[in-house]
Design a protein around this ligand. Structure first.
Ligand code: ZN
Length: 444
């Protein structure tokens, strides 16, 4: 059935960044067919309508770096730097997952994402049980580009996560063949070698070849923390990004999370290869990693998306927290006009779409694009008095609870703040039950 959103403020994020007032968005099937004042025509078919009065319609917000497998470890890995955080808490935690706890973790994640206006994400799994994450996204109605984490080497990797190069590649290809393009192309595969320190050169090289041959994305971490960068140089003789380039991993089809500590040469390589970066400001603060030079990367024409990273290093997956932080954190360095609210919103919309390889389908509200939309209610006391700039109002001050409706692929998955595709109470209960078991094993 078709859908019309009537009489809303529409932040299109089109090339001219137009904001339309008292506009309608008309959706047929899963595509946007009209946008603008009085765009509704005499549709002869039965339609559903959403009254957009007082609402701002944004392109569906996009998390470009996430670990749904880690959400049950939220609030249980505080006060650590990256490598200790991984070795002491996250890897042992991930190793103790079974398929049921993975499903519970993904359900909880996607409940939080949809409730807070996120329509798509780029996710990195753990080594095992990635089918459960795809199943959860399929049932929740979320758009997911994801893949199992690949780890065939590394110090401090627990037995439950260790895998051979061949097994890692074989399981990745199996998942790709089973899930890529399913659910009306809402689900896509991305190879996810974890980072240089947990992947052999042979594995990385093969991933580069396979990703190109299969036309799918590569999603990994790079240059998050100075100790990691030192160890990468020790292991390979090269900086992270240059090493990836030497293995044929870079290109517009690759997204590197973090990129906090980049040399000038690495920035040049990113620019020349059109490799995408994902900015994760909360995670970079909480693990005491540093601040990525996002305004400078954008100025060079590098695509930068926005992500929460894992719940245990954030500890929320609320994209409004990331938007606000991304908009503010660079200002002491670049000045009060050096990075705008619009630029922050670009990270989570048009740029996020590119970081997921979905720029032709989502990221803006334009005729022909898929209908992924986030409808924000600006009537909350904390937003008064609203200005005539809805983007600044939302980026600096809106909260997850202000999200009123969410549409993904033409389906209303959040209506009046109620997720339509999941039983929220059951998801919470299941998550707590499974988390108790996993965390007892971790702390025992
Ligand atoms: Zn991460």
């Amino acid at each position: 059935m078709d859908l019309i959103i009537r009489n809303a403020t529409v932040v299109t994020m089109n090339a001219r960044r137009e904001v339309l007032r008292e506009a309608d968005v008309v959706i047929e099937g899963n595509r946007i067919v009209k946008v603008g004042p009085h765009a509704r025509t005499r549709l002869t078919r039965a339609v559903r309508t959403i009254d957009g009065n007082g609402l701002v319609v944004l392109p569906g917000l996009i998390h470009a770096h996430l670990h749904a497998c880690q959400t049950l470890c939220r609030n249980h890995a505080d006060g650590l730097e990256l490598l200790d955080w991984l070795r002491e808490r996250i890897w042992p935690f991930e190793a103790s997952h079974d398929a049921a706890s993975m499903r519970a973790s993904a359900d909880l994640t996607f409940l939080e994402l949809i409730s807070s206006g996120v329509t798509a994400c780029l996710d990195m799994g753990s080594v095992h049980h990635y089918d459960a994450v795809f199943e959860a996204a399929r049932d929740a109605g979320l758009r997911l580009v994801g893949g199992k984490c690949m780890m065939d080497t590394g110090q401090g990797v627990p037995r439950g996560l260790r895998e051979t190069t061949e097994a890692s590649l074989a399981e990745s290809v199996r998942l790709l063949e089973q899930w890529h393009g399913t659910s009306n192309d809402r689900l896509r595969y991305a190879f996810a070698p974890r980072f240089v320190l947990s992947c052999s050169e042979a594995l990385m090289r093969r991933v580069g070849e396979l990703a190109k041959a299969r036309g799918v994305r590569v999603h990994t971490h790079a240059s998050e923390n100075p100790t990691e960068c030192d160890l990468v140089r020790e292991k390979t003789g090269l900086d992270n990004v240059v090493y990836f380039q030497s293995l044929g991993l870079l290109g517009a089809h690759t997204t590197l999370a973090h990129c906090v500590w980049l040399t000038t040469d690495e920035q040049r390589v990113l620019r020349e290869t059109q490799t995408c970066v994902c900015h994760c400001p909360s995670a970079n603060f909480k693990l005491a990693s540093g601040v990525a030079k996002v305004p400078e990367l954008l100025q060079q024409g590098i695509t930068v998306g926005l992500g929460a990273d894992g719940a245990p290093c954030n500890n929320t997956l609320d994209i409004f927290h990331e938007l606000r932080l991304a908009a503010l954190v660079h200002l002491p360095r670049v000045g009060p006009t050096g990075f705008s609210a619009m630029q922050a919103l670009e990270l989570a919309t048009v740029n996020g779409a590119r970081a997921l390889g979905l720029e032709h389908d989502v990221g803006s509200i334009e005729v022909g694009k898929k209908a992924d939309l986030t409808l924000v209610d600006l009537s909350g006391a904390h937003l008064q008095p609203v200005s005539n700039d809805p983007v600044a109002t939302i980026v600096y001050g809106a909260q997850a609870k202000d999200v009123r409706h969410v549409v993904i692929d033409g389906e209303v998955v959040l209506r009046d703040r109620v997720v339509q595709t999941m039983n929220a109470e059951q998801v919470r209960r299941q998550a707590v039950t499974h988390a108790r078991r996993l965390l007892a094993a971790l702390d025992g």
